[in-house]
Design a protein around this ligand. Sequence first.
Ligand SMILES: [Zn+2]
Length: 140
Amino acid sequence: MTRDDENHLRRAIELAAKARETGDAPFGSLLVGPDGAVLAEAHNTVLSDGDISAHPELKLARWAARELDPEAAAATTMYTSCQPCGMCTGAIARSGLGRVVFALSNEQFATLKPGGWPHVPQEGPALFDEARVPIDDYYR
Ligand SMILES: [Zn+2]
């Protein structure tokens, strides 16, 4: 991690503080190009938007997928005040971003947020022969 990385992380932490000041959960992120230019910034707006998916990392991943071609997306780095959650990790992978740098790890965050997240049981797989029909030949 370079000094530039740390400076971008400090901006992510500032955005997290801004989210808290405006009544949202304290998380912030930014997307930086290969030349160090800030391409986009976001903070958590779950409460103010009434949207459980309004995490800054997810908003930036969606922005990158919409606004950048794959090569440009792969050249970016996301800086974020906390390690991305599972939802955002999936979106970051799908958007093709090149790198993620975070401040607090999930383990460190867990020491600050008692209780963690509820576990939702999943059941499956099932009905393979039926479920595969709409998918057959789609990816060829
Ligand atoms: Zn998230």
